[in-house]
Unconditional design. Structure first.
Length: 102
DNA sequence: TTATTGACACCTT
DNA sequence: TAAGGTGCCAATA
């Protein structure tokens, strides 16, 4: 049950194309569990660093990173996305342009 | 078992 | 675009 959802989430995140981002709700929905955004976040939290999953491509519905600005993780995620061509404006991403399957 | 918390989303203003 | 309030589910204390 849970493991299956986790597996789906992992698979979906791994399926996010280069230079694209997805929201928590979108991930949850694609995993077959709408409104499970929070669980998605929990899974990402427990995501081992061994996994090569592009967790940094997962952002919230506002197109923003869920970390406080200036934190190492925030900067790391932002840098990674920018490296893929994702444009940030005021610590925000143009979901209209970069959201996966939009 | 109830209350609290969390890398949140969605709707309304 | 920003801000506030509401709903959702699971893990933890």
């Amino acid at each position: 049950m849970q493991d299956d959802f986790e597996l789906r989430v992992h698979t979906i995140i791994g399926a996010i194309p280069f230079g694209r981002v997805a929201t928590y709700g979108q991930i949850a929905k694609l995993a077959g569990q709408a409104n499970y955004a929070r669980k998605v976040g929990y899974i990402l939290k427990s995501l081992p660093k061994e996994s090569n999953l592009p967790w940094y491509r997962v952002i919230n519905s506002q197109g923003k990173i869920s970390f406080p600005a200036q934190t190492s993780k925030f900067i790391e995620q932002k840098e990674r996305l920018e490296s893929e061509g994702v444009i940030f404006l005021s610590n925000r991403v143009r979901l209209k342009e970069f959201q996966w399957l939009d």
